[in-house]
Each structure stands twice: as structure tokens, then as C-alpha cells.
Ligand binder design. Structure first.
Ligand code: PMP
Length: 360
């Protein structure tokens, strides 16, 4: 697979060669069924096996207790920004911690449906920082506390779970789910779009405490009712069958490698290589505060906008792509999710060294 480019995209992003080769080998005739997974009825025996295996693997890999529901939904993480308050804002009030673009959007969306208290907003500091417990001005009567565990655009990541005094935490883990072990019981609900560390675009994954979804607001679209989706095992309507199958392949790959502890060690090793180099250089400037740096999205700038553009152009000529920072931040962003091999980051760092030498 030497002709594959190193893809540093923030999402949809790189899949491992092992996962892609498995999908390729099963594409035309899945396990003797004579058809592709894409062509199967979601109610067929063969597909239900794929579906149940995927759910069981997620449960195993993330160590999800029985009192949590697992759901696969369409509409991505953004759909959940509105669906969460419709289901979980029982008294009409929620706390939102804003540490980047997506947590801002989720707060904005929730404010259409109830009283949103912004606990903290790092906007004036260009979203370099994750608040410490002391910086969180939590309210007494919120139905839940929402935050985004990893800020894909700015490259910051929460390194602790805040103490919310028993209020359920609702967390957007779109860009760091499956990157390390988490204690699911610390959260009321975990949700994520699949297209970064879980496979391909088309589904979002929800892991939610069953007692939180017994009720919801009246008069909401049926596909937004968590308890209806749960009762129907994510099959009230046709689910995104192929995306769920790919998630299963990704989970199997992670499980075979040793699970989330192994993923975390690999991710720490990759990120350390890149951050250590950034810290040793006066040419590149990392964006995030040192203690909040993301293991998944590494953001930095060169000394000028012109050099940023030149960096991106030359990186493509050197077999690396999608290193351009988000349009809101500019600069460079290297997304190094689970599927990015250590050798990929080594190649990036050696390119960066050469670029620094040639342009400083
Ligand atoms: N949350 C985070 C942290 C994200 O990175 C993204 C997408 N980049 C979203 C939410 C939105 O996800 P989707 O496109 O699946 O709606």
C-alpha cells in the first residue's frame, strides 16, 4: 500500500490499511451471502449479526455497563446539539462549557429549547485553554452539564472529568472517542460522530444512561426521541447500515491490537514526538496551552501566513495531505487519530525539520 498518501485530515479521516483491506475482501460477497453489506436488508439475519457484533464490541472495548444504552443514529454530532436538550433538559436549564467551535454551536442550539447557562467561554483567549475545576461557575439547578472533550479545530483536550456535584455530564467525544480508556460511568451521555476515530461519516454513536432517557419533550420528531430509538434498538427506521459495519471493523481492529490502553500508549507516543519537536523549535508556534494539548489534533503556525501556505503546498509534494488548519484558525493542523501510524508522524516531523532549515 505504498501509494497511499498520509492523510492528516480532521474528519472524515484516515482508516487503517487493515480495516480497508478487510472491507475490500468482504465487499462483493460478505461471508458467503453472495452480496455486499451495502445491499443487505437491515432486518436480515446476516446484517443483524453485524449489528449485534458491533454493539457488543463497542461495549467490550469501552467497558460500557448494562445500565447504559448504545445507539447508532444518523445526522452526525450536530444533530445531537438540538436533540440533547429535547430529551435531557427536563426542567429547562442546562450548563454549557464553551471551549471551541462545536461546544459553542451546541450551546447556541440548546438555547433554542431552554435556558442555557454558559459556565465558561474561552473565546477571548482564542480557545487555547481548558478551564480548571476552579474556573467552572456551575449552576445549582442545571439538568446536565455539557462540554466537548476534544476541540478538533483548536487542538485542545480535557485531561480531567469535572466534578459536577452529581449533575449528569453530557460530553461530545467526536474527536477523541476510542483514543484512550474512559470511565463511562463518569458520564450521563457520551456522543460522537463516527468519521474520525470510529470509521466513516453517516452515523453518530450515543452511549446514554438508561434512566435519563425515560422521558422527553412532547411534540418532537420521532427520530429525535431517544427512548423510541432505544426501544427499537436504533432500527425505528433504516439505519446507516454500511457505516455501522465499518465501525464494527474498526472496533475489531482496536480489540485485536489490545484495546484502548494500547491505543492510548500509541497516541501518547505519536503526539509526544510531534510536541517535543514543536517545543524545541523557535520557528513553529503551538496553539494550545501546554497542559491542554490534544493527543488527536496538533495545531501550530509557522512565522507567517505565506509560510503556512508554502508548508501545506510542499507537504503535499512530500506525500502528506490535509495539513491545512481550519479556515477559522489558519495555520497548520495535523490530525493524528488512531489510524495514523507512528511512522507517519516521524515522516511529518522530518519534513518539518527540513522546512524549518530551508525557511528560517
Ligand atoms: N463535535 C466535534 C468535536 C467535531 O469535531 C465535529 C466535526 N468536526 C462535530 C461535533 C460535528 O460533527 P458532525 O459533522 O458529525 O455533525
Amino acid at each position: 500500500m505504498n501509494d497511499r498518501i498520509l492523510n492528516f485530515a480532521a474528519g472524515p479521516s484516515m482508516l487503517s490499511d487493515e480495516v480497508l483491506l478487510r472491507i475490500q475482501s468482504e465487499l462483493l460477497n460478505y461471508k458467503g451471502t453472495g452480496m455486499s453489506v451495502m445491499e443487505m436488508s437491515h432486518r436480515s439475519k446476516a446484517y443483524l449479526e453485524i449489528f449485534n457484533e458491533t454493539k457488543d464490541l463497542l461495549k467490550k472495548v469501552m467497558n460500557i455497563p448494562d445500565h447504559y444504552e448504545i445507539m447508532f443514529i444518523q445526522g452526525g454530532a450536530t444533530q445531537q446539539f438540538g436533540t440533547i436538550p429535547l430529551n435531557l433538559m427536563k426542567t429547562g436549564k442546562a450548563d454549557y462549557i464553551v471551549t471551541g467551535v462545536f461546544s459553542g454551536k451546541s450551546a447556541q442550539e440548546a438555547s433554542k429549547f431552554g435556558n442555557v447557562h454558559i459556565v465558561y467561554d474561552d473565546k477571548d483567549n482564542h480557545y487555547k485553554h481548558i478551564p480548571t475545576q476552579n474556573e467552572l461557575n456551575l449552576s445549582e439547578d442545571a439538568d446536565y452539564v455539557h462540554y466537548c472533550a476534544n476541540n478538533t479545530i483548536y487542538g485542545t483536550e480535557w485531561k480531567y472529568v469535572p466534578d459536577t456535584k452529581g449533575k449528569p455530564i453530557v460530553v461530545d467525544m467526536s474527536s477523541n472517542i476510542l483514543s484512550k480508556p474512559v470511565n463511562v460511568e463518569d458520564y450521563g451521555m457520551i456522543y460522537a460522530g463516527a468519521q474520525k476515530n470510529m470509521g466513516i461519516a453517516g452515523i453518530g454513536v450515543i452511549i446514554v444512561r438508561k434512566d435519563l432517557i425515560e422521558t422527553h419533550r412532547d411534540n418532537i420528531p420521532v427520530l429525535m426521541e431517544y427512548n423510541t430509538m432505544a426501544k427499537n434498538d436504533s432500527m425505528y427506521n433504516t439505519p446507516a447500515t454500511f457505516a455501522i459495519y465499518v465501525l464494527g471493523c474498526v472496533l475489531k481492529w482496536i480489540d485485536d491490537l489490545g484495546g484502548l490502553e494500547v491505543m492510548e500508549q500509541r497516541n501518547i507516543k505519536k503526539a509526544k514526538l510531534l510536541y517535543d519537536y514543536l517545543d524545541s523549535s523557535t520557528f513553529y508556534q503551538p496553539h494550545s496551552d501546554k497542559e491542554n494539548r490534544s493527543l488527536m489534533n496538533v495545531t501550530f503556525t509557522t512565522p507567517s501566513k505565506e509560510l503556512d501556505d508554502k508548508f501545506v503546498k510542499e507537504s503535499i509534494e512530500n506525500g502528506m495531505t490535509n495539513l491545512k488548519g481550519h479556515r477559522l484558525t489558519g495555520g497548520i493542523r495535523a490530525s493524528i487519530y488512531n489510524a495514523m501510524p507512528y511512522e507517519g508522524v516521524e515522516k511529518l516531523v522530518s519534513f518539518m525539520k527540513k522546512f524549518e532549515e530551508e525557511n528560517k
